[in-house]
Design a protein around this ligand. Sequence first.
Ligand SMILES: NC(=O)c1ccc[n+]([C@@H]2O[C@H](COP(=O)([O-])OP(=O)(O)OC[C@H]3O[C@@H](n4cnc5c(N)ncnc54)[C@H](OP(=O)(O)O)[C@@H]3O)[C@@H](O)[C@H]2O)c1
Length: 312
Amino acid sequence: MKIVLVGGSGFLGQFVVRALAAAGHHSVVLTRAPERVREFALERGARLVQADVYSPAALSRQFEGAGAVVSMAGILNETGFGGQGFRRVHVDLVQGIAEACRTAGVKRLLHVSALNAGKGDSHYLRTKGEAESLLNSAAGLEVTIFQPSVIFGPGDGFFNRFAGLLRLAPVLPLACPNSRLQPVYAADVAQAMAVSLADTSTVNQTFQLGGPRDYTLIELVRWTAHVLGLRRLVVPLPDAASRAQALVMDLVPGKPFSTDNYRSLQLDNVAPDNDLAEFGFVPSSVERIVPAYLGQSLHQQRLATLRQRAGR
Ligand SMILES: NC(=O)c1ccc[n+]([C@@H]2O[C@H](COP(=O)([O-])OP(=O)(O)OC[C@H]3O[C@@H](n4cnc5c(N)ncnc54)[C@H](OP(=O)(O)O)[C@@H]3O)[C@@H](O)[C@H]2O)c1
């Protein structure tokens, strides 16, 4: 089948394209800016296509002849503060994708949301929830929704970000240290998505995806320092200081941490009824996967993955 991915040019998208290729599918990955994701052109079984993803007409042209569409665009932070940035990517874009599916006659839609979508006070989670609601009530579509916890794997933004911070400073003041997370391997998420495509019993279902166990944030950050062989003092910040750190970071370009992230972290990011088991495989652990890539730069991680796949 031809599968069209919106938001598939990032970290998770590479894994999804590989899983789809392994299942015999051909992916068309839409991107707003192909020059930013040049390495993606090397992904086997994928074609990178520049498209105005906010134009339902442009989307429906790309969707024609597709067996399924994957909706997986997402941001962790917006430029402003009012939630409009999140709403544009997480809701308006998804609305356009649903509309374009109908115009192009594509019924099957896989959508990547997040654990806790629709809960709590963050714009991130609220808008993820709004998208789920609109897809759950979308007539004529066969939708499957995936709610992963934090996702890890070569090129991830979680372990790599903390590795970068730990390398920089001997002391790391950590906001929301006791938030619980259940990291899930990107290849497992992708595999679950590929399996669900072939399994019509997953239509109209939402799957919570987590790894084999959960950890507090500070456990994961201290373990990251240990894996890197760094002796670092990771200082747990109390709630008021966590909130203050978020307020300060809101003003730093690129928002390395934000009030919206702080709000998301008020909820444990765990999947007590981990649905990965339903897809028939055992989830991979951070202990098995992360040490192999953590010492490398992001570029090295990408190249190593590509070489491994090319058999070199
Ligand atoms: N990574 C995690 O830990 C995690 C955890 C839970 C859920 N998720 C969800 O999984 C999905 C994929 O995450 P990821 O880690 O692969 O993200 P990523 O690497 O940051 O990639 C994000 C993708 O979204 C698109 N995108 C970014 N900003 C956009 C905007 N303003 N308008 C339209 N498209 C935009 C990008 O496409 P362009 O090529 O057009 O820039 C890119 O393909 C997201 O929906 C995310 O919320 C991720």
